[in-house]
Design a protein around this ligand. Structure first.
Ligand code: WTA
Length: 663
């Protein structure tokens, strides 16, 4: 008998319910004729062309980039290790900058930038080119060489993409750590990547307050022996401690540098960056992306999915510290010579009309954001958007989690004015770029469905044995062929790469998501089938939070589950067993929630914490999270047959009636 502990989506109980509600969603939205008429991709034959010869199709996409040397082999596939455009040489910063500047496009705006306090900057491609060259020379002066890793821990300011591109120019892979992560999380990522340099800022603005970043870096680098220097951008002008010989100000080091730095000729398969993502164990995974295939994938999908035109003002309202920012704020858009927008702060500062004010002022034409943000705007009400002229918008996108049909319709009506197609894009840190999505000039969209795999991408939905399930049924999503922007591994751990993604179904890539295909072959994503939680579009590992709880001396054991939440997608619920001499109290619950926020970051602060005498476990000792989820949501219990001690659930129910809540 298969044990589904920790599974949801494709698991028996919740799976049926998910399909039931989705079946009720029958609305369809064909592309508006005027949109279809001007779309970059307007002929369905593209799918067949790509399927007939996927390698030739991707090679044609790669040929749009500038290569110092063309590849000898399009794909070298030694499962599960792929190498794309083998023998080819290129530089990513040259493709994002020099290429456009040399073609006379240097005066075009690369980024409109707006800080949360309201300060503004405009950077042309010429400006960005100069800044990147200078920053690249500064990195070299600090001893950073091709192949060295650089950690970047910054707010959403122009120096962040500049730092990334400077790394790419000299062939030093970057690892961007989201500014909301704690000192401890930063230290773990620096130690795993063995970064030599940390680029940071004194702090950044969030909700009207200057938060500190350098202070966290100081705490982190106290236990990261690989770090030689810390380069600090002045943003908030708060007090920081600068350690002599180790710490340098960006404004002292970068401006005097020469404005030309010879770019490295990188091999197609050289590492471009690492980006850490949560796994099912506490140790985060360093997802490894390389150069030629990655840039091909993100440039191609950015152009096709967002229907990019020369006069677009494109806004991906995401943080650059997550993969969406890497692929669709920095590398894809710049490779396509796009004008983009970067906003530093939160959507409700100083009030919930901030985004709509920005869209009106800059004439934004394309908006790409996460369902959690859309749900927050729904909560604040449509009156904020109504006060602004959003008629410049022509296309909307969503990413990060399944978008519920209500949110899709709200987005379509209140933001898109009923005229903008919506692209619901499914992908992951590991896939590098968008995999399943509508093409806005072609696809008849359905609220809640990500439609079909893009041209050159091959997916399926399979059962426990890896056999495709019939249309209309749910199962496990798999990708059946390699694609150019796929991860090349987990940094330093090829075995973990194999077991995490390639062992469940031999020969198939398993992303960990459940999905259903409807009668038309359209994909409806059903969430993670493992126990990684998706809170406000961020993936958090239950195990990482459990480890943080158990880290407190008074805690014996902890189990963490996600509970469905209207706004954040999932809310974190913790079940905590205290050591026998410790008395539970609301104050202790609050202290532990605080502790998690400190250890992992504010995003991981548990919504609910319950003290319990025991946890439901299988005979093999695996915690049955599915049952805990039932308790957390107050649902009727599902199948309890694999429970080792059937009485335990009732004792938990009794004990957890008094919970410590954040609501
Ligand atoms: C989920 C974000 C449904 C999914 C780019 C995936 C989605 C995980 C969608 C990756 C979508 C992302 N519909 N689910 N459109 N987009 N997901 O690595 O579970 O932060 O595996 O990458 O988010 O999250 P990650």
């Amino acid at each position: 008998m298969s044990d589904r502990a920790g599974h949801r989506g494709a698991g028996a109980g919740t799976h049926a319910a998910a399909i039931e509600t989705l079946f009720q969603e029958a609305r369809e939205f064909p592309p508006p004729p005027n949109f279809a008429a001007q779309a970059n991709i307007s002929h369905p034959a593209i799918y067949d062309q790509a399927s007939a010869d996927p390698e030739a199709w991707w090679a044609a996409e790669a040929a749009r980039l500038d290569w110092y040397r063309l590849w000898d082999t399009i794909l070298d596939w030694d499962p599960p290790f792929a190498r794309w455009f083998v023998g080819g040489q290129l530089n990513v910063s040259v493709n994002c900058l020099d290429r456009h500047v040399n073609a006379g496009g240097g005066d075009k705006i690369a980024y409109y930038w707006e800080g949360e306090p309201g300060d503004r900057k405009t950077l042309t491609y010429n400006d960005l080119y100069t800044e990147v060259n200078k920053a690249a020379n500064a990195l070299k002066e600090l001893g950073v060489r091709r192949g060295d890793r650089v950690a970047i821990y910054m707010p959403m300011i122009p120096e962040l993409p500049i730092a990334m591109l400077a790394c790419a120019r000299i062939g030093a892979p970057h690892t961007v750590v989201f500014g909301g992560f704690s000192a401890e999380a930063l230290a773990d990522r620096i130690n795993d990547s063995q970064a030599k340099l940390v680029i940071t800022a004194d702090g950044g603005y969030r909700r009207g307050k200057a938060s500190g970043l350098k202070v966290n870096v100081d705490e982190a680098v106290a236990r990261t022996p690989s770090v030689e220097h810390v380069l600090v951008v002045r943003r908030t002008e708060q007090d920081v401690t600068m350690q002599d010989g180790r710490d340098l100000w960006w404004h002292d080091l970068v401006p005097p540098q020469l404005d030309w730095c010879e770019p490295e000729r990188m091999e197609s398969e050289d590492m471009l960056y690492l980006l850490y993502t949560s796994g099912t164990t506490a140790k985060p995974k360093g997802i490894l992306h390389t150069t030629g295939g990655y840039l091909t994938g993100v440039a191609s999908t950015h152009r096709n999915v967002f229907d990019i035109k020369p006069d677009d003002v494109y806004w991906a309202a995401a943080d650059i510290g997550w993969v969406t920012g890497h692929s669709y704020i920095v590398y894809g858009p710049l490779a396509n010579h796009t004008t983009g927008l970067i906003y530093e702060g939160t959507p409700d500062f100083p009030d919930p009309s901030r985004w709509w004010d920005i869209i009106e002022r800059y004439g934004v034409t394309i908006l790409y954001t996460a369902p959690t943000a859309i749900r927050a705007h729904m909560k604040w009400g449509p009156q904020h958007a109504e006060q602004h002229d959003l008629s410049s918008l022509r296309l909307l996108g969503a990413v990060g989690e399944p978008i519920n049909p209500e949110a899709w319709i709200w987005y379509h009506e209140h933001i898109g004015g009923g005229r903008c197609p919506i692209v619901d894009t499914w992908w992951q840190t590991e896939t590098g770029g968008i995999m399943i999505s509508p093409l806005p000039g072609l696809t008849v969209t359905k609220p809640g469905s990500a439609a079909k795999p893009l041209p050159g991408v091959f997916a399926d939905v399979v059962d426990d044995r890896g056999e495709p399930v019939p249309l209309g049924e749910g199962g496990y999503l798999v990708l059946t062929r390699p694609w150019p922007s796929m991860l090349r591994g987990i940094y330093g751990d090829p075995e973990r790469y194999k077991t995490t993604y390639w062992s469940k179904f031999p020969g198939l890539y398993f992303p960990g998501d459940g999905a259903r295909r409807d009668e038309d072959g359209d994909y409806w994503l059903m969430g993670r089938v493992d126990d990684v939680m998706n809170v406000s579009g961020h993936r958090l590992s239950t195990t990482e939070i459990e480890s943080a709880l158990v880290d407190d001396k008074r805690v014996a054991e902890a189990a963490v589950v996600g509970r469905a939440d209207d706004v954040t997608g999932e809310a974190i619920c913790c079940f905590v067993i205290l050591k026998s001499h410790v008395e539970p109290s609301p104050a202790l619950g609050e202290e532990l929630r605080q502790h998690v926020a400190h250890k992992i970051g504010p995003i991981a602060r548990p919504r609910q914490l319950m003290f319990t005498p025991d946890l439901p476990k299988t005979r093999s000792g695996k915690i049955m999270r599915r049952l805990l989820r039932d308790i957390a949501t107050g649902r009727q219990l599902g199948d309890t047959t694999t429970l080792a001690d059937a009485g335990v659930v009732e004792s938990i129910r009794d004990a957890t009636r008094a919970a410590t809540d954040d609501e």
